[in-house]
Design a protein around this ligand. Structure first.
Ligand code: SAH
Length: 396
């Protein structure tokens, strides 16, 4: 610890950090920074006063993360064990809930160790490493994790940073999970695959939104799920008594994966429509056929590139909602969602409302969702709170 470098941050950055913003960027430092990935440093303000401890690592546009405001705190196994204990205590209700067996066990900076998330799928854990710098601590982190979460029987990991020598997904240790591995969420089954690239078949941060659809909005409705991936929203709707679902995704894999999600819940996939096609083409088709859906889910990726066009959620979301209003029934409900960290909540909301206004119909927000309780985020960190969901009804 005595060898730790003291590094100056700008006055402005010191004040952000003291307010609780854990992210370091190029502008945090008065001069260019040279460091080894994962180096632990003490940050000081221009007056030389201690600000916080951080580790340095390239992560997207970031250059490192604050991990502690206590001068003596090391970034080591003892520290990791403490953070894991706090994370565990926070999730006791979820761990006790037999209807839900997949959720986030540890959420990076929101749980006190930036750069790594850990998801639970039944008795298996999936670590996602967001920088080479944090991966340097892999062995200590996994040791600490096993001490605090002894019920985990196998560990997988995802490398979510640029690297030439790392596969996107790896099995790490313990027992291997069956493929598929069945997990439950609010009593609905999902088939997951823990070792297929970055994605597992379900996005765990939408748990409450799937529950809302299932319990409050789907019954008796015709449902359109755009950018449907493995059809998780469609399955939740069908389990909530939807009259019919249509899932649209351009990826070939989505057909089999979506069928499988229906089958594991005892729903005959032939009673549902699964379209492998570009959502933009589907909307044109639906307009020609004068289709009118009661419930429409719009949860696109931040960027989508197909042969014909590129879609940027921040630029194009509003227009997409306009197009979807054209294929919606009276009083239709829209589930509008974006996980793009650079798309701010207020802008997202305004863009949705603008779409209804442009189409000369009213709208009423019924529910708003942010990240669920197992995805805590520091209040002072804008980018950590990436998920925004509005459940909104079209009115006359
Ligand atoms: N809403 C989903 C997750 C969406 S992931 C859920 O919660 O489960 C983004 C999906 O968008 C991917 O499956 C990708 O194949 C799909 N996609 C990207 N561009 C598309 C396009 N132009 N048309 C249809 N699907 C698209």
């Amino acid at each position: 610890m005595s060898t730790r470098r003291a590094i100056s941050v700008t006055q402005k950055s010191a004040s952000f950090i003291r307010k609780g913003d854990p992210l370091l960027v190029k502008e945090s430092f008065p001069k260019e920074l040279h460091f080894e990935e994962g180096e632990v440093v003490s940050l000081v303000d221009p007056q030389g006063q201690f600000v916080a401890n951080a580790y340095l690592a390239v992560q997207n546009k970031g250059l490192g993360w604050i991990y502690s405001y206590h001068k003596e705190e090391a970034f080591d196994q003892t520290f990791f064990i403490q953070q894991f204990h706090t994370a565990l205590a926070r999730r006791q209700a979820l761990l006790d809930d037999e209807m839900t067996t997949a959720f986030r066990l540890f959420n990076a900076e929101g749980d006190g160790i930036p750069g790594v998330t850990i998801d639970l799928y039944d008795s298996y854990a999936v670590f996602s490493w967001y920088s080479k710098g944090v991966y340097r601590y892999q062995a200590e982190l996994i040791e600490a994790f096993k001490q605090v979460f002894p019920f985990v029987t196998g560990i997988y990991e995802k490398h979510r940073y640029q690297s030439d020598d790392q596969a996107a997904s790896d099995f790490v240790e313990g027992q291997q999970a069956p493929e598929p591995l069945y997990v439950k969420e609010n009593g609905v089954m999902y088939a997951t695959y823990l070792d297929e690239g970055w994605m597992t078949g379900i996005f765990l941060d939408q748990r409450h939104v799937r529950q809302a659809i299932m319990e409050r909005y789907a019954s008796g409705k015709s449902v359109l799920n755009t950018f449907s991936y493995t059809g998780a929203f469609s399955v939740a709707a069908a389990m909530g008594g939807a009259a019919h679902t249509t899932s649209v995704d351009v990826a070939n894999r989505s057909l089999e994966k979506t069928k499988e999600q229906f089958v594991v819940n005892g729903i005959d996939p032939d009673t549902q429509l699964i379209r492998v096609m570009d959502v933009f083409d589907y909307i044109q088709y639906a307009k020609r056929k004068s289709l009118a859906f009661d419930l429409i889910v719009v949860d696109p990726p931040s960027f989508a590139r197909t042969k014909k066009r590129t879609f940027s959620v921040v630029k194009d979301y509003s227009k997409m909602v306009e197009d979807l209003i054209d294929i919606s029934a009276d009083d239709a409900i829209f589930v509008c969602s974006s996980n793009a960290a650079n798309y701010k909540r207020d802008k997202f909301k305004a863009d949705i409302e603008k779409a209804f206004k442009n189409k000369e119909v009213g709208c009423r927000i019924l529910e708003e969702h942010r990240l669920p309780e197992d995805f805590p985020a520091p209040a002072a960190s804008q980018t950590s709170q990436y998920l925004k969901v509005f459940i909104i009804q079209k009115t006359k």
